[in-house]
Design a protein around this ligand. Structure first.
Ligand SMILES: Cc1cc2nc3c(=O)[nH]c(=O)nc-3n(C[C@H](O)[C@H](O)[C@H](O)COP(=O)(O)O)c2cc1C
Length: 377
């Protein structure tokens, strides 16, 4: 099928995902916390970053490749961790890991994904990253790190912006519980989305498989806004980070940084890169846009900077690079792509972004990301 004529942008994939997902699943994927102001701020702040086009550069071949942490990537973006991807579409983790492997870009598996590192052993490429929600129990931590390493996940991402569960009011309204329960209301939503229902029937209800070995029979005793993940999750501190640094020999990235004052301390703690993120507005509704805090963090550290938050085009990625990012990540968009088009979705998303990066670099007359800042308005 000619995807390009029907879904020329990420917004088209989002629209199609919304059409194909039951409401509670869409609300899980798309909702933020509170009034969802932070999520809107991400978009509004990106739109504020403008460039002056530059003319008469003749034939140029923009170089889309980038170096990060000693690795060379053909494209400047990767897939961010998303918990319970398999609820969004069964097999989503596998499709995303396979596409990332083919495109040689990073795929990040969440601790609370619905497939475990072992399930993806044959699917991941050279750039598989494992995202850690820090287990409380040191033995579980050590086991988890060992499993990630043994299955080929070479980079560890510690997420630090979930010190406690947040309210997701829209998600609650949509009817999702943890673990998901088939109430009459949910069943009605499912019946109206047969493609999703059939896919789930074939695969069974998703669960957090990475955590299977550690969860006990007290799952039913968890509060309604919690799930197996919260059994293991704790709020890490600087000592936890120091211990993690000692325990993990590969690259270590800290995700969820917004304050420039944290950057030098993270650098001193031996972290290899900083991931600027506000969790797509899912944790705190008065947070700054990630693109807004990027220049101050850039000024405060020499560490590589990754950025996510509302990126929805190649142009958005160029915006991030122009203000000092070294790499970008996308969370919801790749899942929209899977929900919209199944296994073929993520590759189409990669194509859309590649085309858009190339087209906009031509408009700006730049061959490399380093030249972008000179075109800022
Ligand atoms: C449904 C959903 C689940 C998420 N789960 C996780 C997670 O398990 N671990 C994590 O570090 N971040 C998680 N995130 C945050 C993403 O990794 C990423 O920071 C964010 O989605 C980026 O913004 P974007 O969706 O606008 O691209 C989740 C985001 C969404 C939308």
């Amino acid at each position: 099928m000619d995807f390009h004529s029907r879904y020329p942008s990420l917004a088209d994939l989002r629209l199609q995902a919304r059409r194909r997902l039951p409401r509670f699943v869409w609300d899980y994927l798309d909702s933020a916390t509170g009034t969802e102001a932070t999520a809107r701020t991400n978009r509004a702040a990106l739109d504020q970053v403008r460039f002056t086009p530059s003319i008469l550069h003749g034939e140029i071949s923009p170089d889309l490749s980038i170096e990060l942490l000693g690795q060379s990537y053909p494209l400047p973006f990767g897939f961010a961790p998303v918990g319970m991807s398999g609820l969004i579409w069964p097999g989503a983790e596998r499709y995303l890991a396979q596409t990332a492997a083919d495109a040689r870009i990073p795929y990040t598996l969440s601790t609370v994904a619905s497939l475990a590192p072992e399930d993806l052993k044959g699917d991941i490429g050279p750039h598989a990253w494992f995202q850690l929600y820090p287990p409380r129990d040191p033995e579980i931590l050590s086991d988890l790190l060992g499993r990630a390493r043994a299955t080929g996940f070479k980079t560890l991402v510690l997420t630090v912006d979930v010190p406690a569960p947040s309210q997701r009011e829209r998600q609650t309204r949509g009817g999702l519980t943890n673990p998901p329960q088939l109430t009459p209301r949910i069943l009605w939503q499912i019946m109206r989305r047969p493609a999703w229902a059939i896919a789930v029937l074939r695969n069974g209800l998703p669960r957090m498989r990475t955590l299977d070995p550690y969860t006990t029979s007290n799952r039913a005793a968890l509060p309604s806004n919690a799930h197996a993940g919260y059994l293991l999750r704790t709020s890490p501190d600087w000592d936890y980070l120091a211990r993690l640094r000692d325990a993990w020999t590969g690259p270590l990235i800290v995700k969820g940084v917004l304050n420039e004052e944290d950057a030098p301390r993270l650098e001193r703690a031996g972290v290899d890169a900083i991931w600027i993120s506000n969790h797509a507005g899912r944790q705190f509704d008065a947070a700054p846009a990630t693109i807004e805090v990027l220049p101050a963090i850039r000024a405060n550290t020499r560490l590589p900077l990754l950025l996510d938050g509302g990126l929805s085009s190649g142009l958005d990625i160029l915006r991030a690079f122009s203000l000092g990012a070294d790499f970008t990540m996308l969370g919801r968009a790749p899942h929209d792509a899977v929900a919209a088009l199944g296994p073929a979705g993520p590759a189409h998303l990669v194509e859309i972004l590649t085309r858009d990066l190339t087209a906009n670099m031509h408009q700006l007359g730049v061959r490399s990301y380093a030249e972008l800042s000179a075109r800022l308005l």
